[in-house]
Write a protein that binds this ligand. Structure first.
Ligand code: DC
Length: 224
């Protein structure tokens, strides 16, 4: 399954900084990226366009199998193209993330997206970001990282990001949303969010992104 191409998996809850670490590491190693959350978000976006509800498992799995989806890795970001349309900005909303979290709990949906995710594995290597990269999608990865931070800290980080974009939200609501999404992602029966048995856990609550990257690069240099 792994074709002997190196993989680093980066799992963890929402808003922990996996995306930033993934992009910086990909740039450093010149490897490919799998942003698996974006796949669930695209499906959520497409499902909403088709007026599908999170209860419609067979229809959602069918939609997941037929998604016409491309990722374009650019300098400091990855653009998501659905049906030839750049939907990157539409995917980042809290409502899209929440809908994605709901449909990600459905086993037929996860099954429909499994091979699509494994197909990202190309030379010279892959950094895979998500919830179940180390446990389900790439269980043989030689380096598995699991990033954590308190819900309060993740809420504060998200709040600052949104504020910089000129979007005003209530910090309490944001922290509650994050805690609710954590609960759904960790308590689902299929591929719940949890560190793989052989994952290395980094608690980023009190660390800057530079400090996190220092720890990550030290592990990469040791293992890869
Ligand atoms: O990483 P993200 O916030 O973009 O992910 C959105 C939702 O997708 C997340 O709440 C749960 C789901 N997801 C998942 O179940 N498995 C993954 N590997 C990635 C994301």
């Amino acid at each position: 399954m792994t074709k002997h191409i190196p993989i680093i998996t980066i799992d963890g809850p929402s808003g922990v900084g996996k995306g930033t670490v993934t992009l910086q590491l990909a740039k450093h190693l010149n490897w490919h990226i799998l942003d698996s959350g974006a796949i669930y978000r695209v499906l959520a976006y497409a499902a909403q366009k088709h007026n599908l509800q999170p209860t419609q498992e067979p229809e959602l799995a069918q939609l997941a199998s037929n998604l016409d989806l491309q990722f374009q890795q650019v300098e400091d970001a990855v653009n998501v193209i659905l049906d030839n349309e750049n939907v990157t900005d539409d995917l980042r909303t809290e409502s899209c993330g929440n809908f994605a979290s709901k449909i990600a709990a459905l086993s037929a949906v996860r099954q429909a997206l499994l091979q699509r995710q494994r197909d990202f594995l190309q030379t010279p290597g892959l950094i895979a970001d998500g919830r179940d990269m180390g446990t389900v999608v790439f269980p043989d990865a030689p380096l598995k990282l699991f990033l954590t931070a308190s819900a309060e800290e993740r809420g504060q980080r998200r709040y600052k990001q949104l504020k910089q974009k000129g979007i005003n939200v209530n910090i309490g609501d944001l922290i509650n949303d994050i805690a609710e999404r954590d609960k759904r992602d960790t308590q689902r029966t299929v591929a719940p969010l949890k560190p793989a048995a052989d994952a290395l856990v980094i608690d980023t609550t009190t660390l800057s992104i530079e400090e996190v990257m220092q720890q990550v690069l030290a592990l990469v240099n040791k293992v890869i």
